[in-house]
Design a protein. Sequence first.
Length: 488
Amino acid sequence: MTVRYGLALIVIAVCTLIAHIMTERVITQHQDTLEVVNLSGRQRMLSQRAALLVGKIGNTPDAEARAALIPQLDTVVTMFESAHRRLTGTGPEPGLGLAIRDLYFAGPEPLNDQVQRFIAALRAVMAAAPAGLPPDFGPARLVTDEALGSLLDRLDEMVALYQENGEEAFHTLRDLGLAALIITLLTLCAEVVVIFRPMVRQVQRQFAEITRMAERLERSNEHLEEQVRVRTAELHAAKDAAEQAHRAKSRFLSYAGHDLKQPLEAIGMFTGMLERQVAAPRGQALLRDMRSAQRSMRDLLNAILEISKLESGVVVPRVQAVALAPILDQLAAELAPAAEERGLRFSAPPTAAVVRTDPFLLERILRNFLTNALRYTETGGVLIGCRRRGGLLWVEVHDTGRGIPEADRNRIFEEFIQLDRPDRDRSEGIGLGLAIADRLARLLGHPVRVWSQEGRGSVFAVGLTPAEADPAGQTNRSRPSSLTSSTA
């Protein structure tokens, strides 16, 4: 089978190679034909140009005018002679083939002799031109007669002959391509009959043999039915677990994709409107909306990527002694302007506390708490501060928002859970902020607590292990009275 397949491939390769070689030969021949047609046409033009210049020289009595025409005639003669040598192969360049050479030297009156007489007559005219041509100067009369008579006719015959040869080359090329196609198709048909049909039969025989072996194995393994049932039950359990995980993943992707589409669609809408209104005053408002949608899209993507990293276990905390003051100052600098825009107070009392934690992950937890507090607070303000309780230093975020119902406090840290708020902008999030904060806190070993009272506000707190005693009076140990949220 392998030998026959190899032979078929060799046949196809040989046919392709032969077709390629023959095609290259025809193309080369055609190129030579085109060059011959070009040179012959040039000879026709140059012969008539030479006759015209000879006529001007003979009819010009002024010696200076004749002297000006002689270089032109010399150039024409040189070009005419060079083309003739290229065609006949008598010059320094290689000829264009014996067939073309024979056309110039065959017959009782070879075309080569006639061309040589024409060139010699032109040389004689140039030699006599400075002194003026006699009225019956023989070389001039020969040039005029030949250029408009027999020489022109014979050059026309050469051009027509070469054009005919070029058309035959095109027909030959087409026939070769058709022949190569037919041979290739026949070879493929032969492969189907000689190779592939036996191969299919062999596969069918092997499949039948495998079927018989399976039947024998099934009969010989009847005593293992009980073990198979146990394993089947285990497989069903594993399948159910996998399906449950798949449903959770699908739910995650579905909700995430749904909310991510909204900012993207908003960007497309604002961009389309901007293209039509960029010169209008509303253009600036549309630009602000577009930038807001872009920020929302970026925040959503970051949240999804962060929860994915936490699920995959690639986030490794680096616990160290950390001063809380720089972290709280940074958060205040970032979020205080947003609170002021909404008419809210933002407070971050100073602290000298030092705790053991990962500063970057802790900053992420506190930022999510603060963002959530600002999002659900309409009036009043937001405060972030520290207090000691039960041997831990608790960093607490207080707000004066609407509070969290008791029935919802156990599920706010789940993914995609957001309390009902009809006026909420869907671009504000997809319910991953608190879930990320809870997972980061568990990764660091920090407890998280929530206190809330409906209508008065909420407190989100994370417990940290102190690294060293705080200087007296530096730690924020009590809630400021400026907030009306519920106490812990």
